[in-house]
Design a protein around this ligand. Structure first.
Ligand code: ADP
Ligand code: 5GP
Length: 198
């Protein structure tokens, strides 16, 4: 039996559109001691996204400089853009004793897992099926049609990586999925989530 986490670093990965951003925001809203790690990306902001909140939006040159300066725990090229977790943003959250939520892909998870000082709990989220994923990506209405197609094309490869994770959860009904993730946190931490309700 793995030792329970006093402070948890919860990694949520999934094929694009399965719901990890929705779920991580919901955790952060309900439990103020959980904070999302804000990644850097070279992707352009979507209409509803805010710099510094959803991502730190940077150009390729800035991203490369940060890579060369060894500022990232991990980074990956995904759908033609770069995404990375900066050491500084994690350190800031750790100093305030927050539980940290990571919304990153399987490549980033593999890299983070090599840092043995990061105490990860890794959850892979699946959509109920590929058609529903396509619906969600289209209904999200934030990406152009070709971007949606490109993301769907990665579905089969993405799901192969479920075995790198501690748990796999299907996000069919959002409330059920959320409850399962709350239970995973409860089962693996020395604290009770109820103590941290907003
Ligand atoms: P990801 O971060 O994994 O790419 P999002 O959280 O952005 O996915 O979710 C994609 C879309 O699906 C969003 O419009 C979101 O509101 C919707 N969504 C998330 N979970 C569910 C669910 N269980 N049922 C229906 N729609 C969902
Ligand atoms: P999106 O463009 O939809 O916001 O994100 C695309 C993919 O990039 C998602 O799978 C998301 O989890 C992943 N991602 C976001 N930030 C990071 C990061 O810092 N590192 C890695 N490796 N993946 C990330």
């Amino acid at each position: 039996m793995k030792q329970k986490h006093d402070i948890v670093m919860l990694v949520l990965s999934s094929p694009s559109g399965a719901g990890k951003t929705t779920i991580s925001k919901k955790i952060q809203q309900k439990y103020p001691n959980f904070k999302i790690s804000v990644s850097h990306t070279t992707r352009k902001p979507r209409p509803n996204e805010v710099d510094g909140v959803d991502y730190h939006f940077v150009d390729k040159k800035k991203f490369k400089d940060l890579v060369n300066d060894n500022q990232f725990y991990e980074f990956a090229e995904i759908f033609g853009n770069y995404y990375g977790t900066s050491k500084k943003s994690i350190k800031d959250l750790q100093e305030k004793n927050y539980n940290i939520l990571f919304d990153i892909d399987w490549q980033g998870t593999q890299q983070l897992a090599k840092f043995k000082d990061l105490d990860l709990l890794k959850v892979f989220i699946l959509p109920p099926n590929k058609n529903e994923l396509e619906n969600r990506l289209s209904l999200r209405n934030q990406d152009k049609e070709e971007v949606v197609k490109q993301r769907l094309k990665h579905y089969s490869d993405d799901i192969l990586h479920w075995h790198d994770y501690d748990y796999v959860v299907i996000n069919d009904n959002l409330e059920n999925c959320f409850k399962q993730i709350e239970k995973i946190i409860e089962d693996n931490t020395s604290f009770s989530l109820n103590d941290f309700l907003k």
